[in-house]
Design a protein around this ligand. Structure first.
Ligand SMILES: NC(=O)c1ccc[n+]([C@@H]2O[C@H](COP(=O)([O-])OP(=O)(O)OC[C@H]3O[C@@H](n4cnc5c(N)ncnc54)[C@H](O)[C@@H]3O)[C@@H](O)[C@H]2O)c1
Ligand SMILES: O=C[C@H](O)CS(=O)(=O)O
Length: 488
């Protein structure tokens, strides 16, 4: 698809914009940065390099817009969100092309992400009408107790590059449904998807100042401003645990509310009573979705001794058959890694494992396409002391560890400071309950490798984050509880 704007074949070229959007207006300025296509290295667009001054202006706009936005009924806010949802789905082809071009995931996965992000908007368009309070029997005859739920106020959002549409939609939707306003700073690697969402938000009738999207290279400075500015009530962050800790420290000064969706290191356990073919299919999804660049990806695969060889052989065969290429031009399963740093981490994890006795069952090397393309890889003979056991690979490497007993598998799975997702395959019902309850994760997939949905509470424990996104729980993170004591 190489015609019209920036070499992309878009039905609506106005969706590809490099201008920041805040206070209902677009800003480009003379300071810009380039966004590159990771599959080709070509420049896609030049994007406004906004800084702390522009971010502060956007925060002022969000603050001024918040009370009028909250004063509208939940039903009215929901109707605006619904219009935005409908516009996103009506433009799914263009949004997916922009997403694949800047992030690299195959077009089919990009379309899936757009639909997934829109599902959060649809969900919270409905939830906007259900911000319920309580009445509590008074503690004295002349007292009446009412519990109100009110929006927290201005929300600062910072999002990652791996799901540049859905990770932002999953924050904007509950925030605006609750009556909050938002200033969002997308990843400098993939700002175009966020800016396209802004174009459609304006068309949907989201008022000026309610949603503000401010790209910029100064991630640390802009994050510090969001954390320090007293007009910002809450930080909603999705990204690495490393940055999450920085934001927690910076937000402490003004007691910022926090939603943190951080790093993972998901265990994927296959017991000897599992359906092995189903487990292989589950591992393919849990490991290789988005080329392994997903927070809930299986990072460690533990297989019980009796089925180890059969599982490893089947998985290696499926992985070896995966097609690799430019997700924009070819119907491939695996695109490029986002950048050379990601490629270096994948190679480092493989080299460390092999140096400590692991075997490459398939893959293990850069792809002939060059750039950041890499052969999907399966490693066997893995040991807990290897780097890949304790670090999030965030790439297409499936390390398979052998275990003997259920107790050993649970101990191995829980030996991590992370606790986002975990998966296991087993058919014994008592085992299913024992293992699901024992895993120290926020989410557990049982006989499935795909758990992400807007109807369920997404989030982690330990150092994988705070709070939940999606489901009816997801609105709570954007609401304050107020208790009213009425003398009658
Ligand atoms: N739990 C989840 O829902 C979830 C979802 C997607 C990604 N992630 C995690 O995100 C990571 C991959 O994404 P990434 O590479 O974009 O993460 P990252 O933490 O490097 O960057 C995330 C965002 O923070 C910004 N940032 C970087 N340094 C900052 C600072 N000092 N202050 C403020 N902002 C700063 C980045 O520019 C980016 O916009 C992985 O660890 C992955 O597990 C988690
Ligand atoms: O990278 C993790 C995101 O949360 C993606 S998903 O929600 O699992 O699809």
């Amino acid at each position: 698809m190489l015609d019209n704007k920036h070499g992309l074949s878009l039905k609506d070229p106005s969706l590809l914009t490099g201008s920041a959007y805040f206070n209902g207006a677009r800003y480009k300025g003379d300071k810009v940065f380039a966004v590159l296509n990771p599959a080709t290295g070509e420049e896609l667009a030049q994007v406004a390099n906004m800084g702390v001054a522009e971010l502060s202006a956007a925060i002022d706009a969000a603050h001024a817009a918040q009370k009028p936005w909250a004063a509208r009924t939940g039903k009215d806010r929901g109707a605006v969100l619904r219009r935005w949802h409908d516009l996103i789905l009506a433009n799914v082809e263009d949004l997916a092309i922009i997403l694949t071009a800047e992030m690299g995931k195959p077009l089919a996965e990009a379309k899936g992400e757009i639909a997934y992000g829109a599902a959060y908007i649809e969900w919270f368009a409905e939830e906007a009408k259900r911000v319920y309070g309580d009445t509590i029997p008074g503690h004295m005859p002349d007292k009446r107790i009412i519990v109100l739920k009110q929006p927290v106020g201005v929300v600062g959002a910072i999002t990652p590059w791996n799901f540049p549409n859905a990770m932002l939609a999953r924050k904007i939707a509950p925030a605006l449904a609750a009556g909050c306003t938002m200033v969002a700073r997308p990843s400098e690697l993939t700002p175009l998807s966020a800016l396209a969402l802004g174009v459609l938000a304006e068309r949907a009738g989201i008022p000026a100042g309610v949603l503000n999207i401010v790209p910029g290279l100064d991630a640390a400075g802009m994050g510090a401003e969001l954390c320090a500015n007293p007009k910002v009530a809450k930080i909603s962050f999705t990204g690495s645990t490393r940055v999450g800790k920085i934001l927690m420290r910076q937000g402490a000064e003004t007691i910022k509310k926090l939603s943190l969706e951080l790093g993972g290191n998901a265990p994927f356990i296959v017991f000897d009573d599992a359906d092995i073919d189903a487990a292989v299919e589950g591992a393919m999804v849990a490991k290789f979705r988005n080329n392994g660049q997903t927070c809930v990806c299986a990072n460690r695969i533990y297989v019980q001794s009796g089925v180890y060889d059969a599982f490893a052989e089947k998985l290696a065969a499926r992985v070896a058959a995966m097609s690799v290429g430019n997700g924009l031009t070819d119907p491939v399963q695996v695109g490029p890694l986002i950048n050379t740093a990601a490629l270096a981490k994948v190679e480092d994890h493989i080299a460390d494992a092999v140096a400590n006795g692991a075997t490459v069952a398939t893959g293990g090397a850069r792809h002939e396409l060059g750039g950041t393309f890499f052969h999907p890889t399966v490693l066997t003979g893995m040991k807990p002391e290897m780097k890949i056991s304790r670090e999030e690979t965030f790439g297409p490497v499936a390390p398979i560890y052998r275990f003997e007993t259920e107790e050993e598998a649970i101990a191995l799975a829980n030996a991590s400071e992370f606790g986002l997702a975990g998966y296991f395959y087993a058919r014994d019902l008592s085992r299913v309950w024992r293992v699901a309850e024992a895993l120290e994760t926020g989410m557990v997939g049982v006989n499935t490798g795909l758990i992400s949905t807007e109807v369920a509470p997404f989030g982690g424990v330990k150092q994988s984050g705070l709070g939940r996104e999606g489901s009816h729980y997801g609105l709570d993170d954007y609401l304050e509880i107020k208790y009213m004591c009425l003398s009658v």
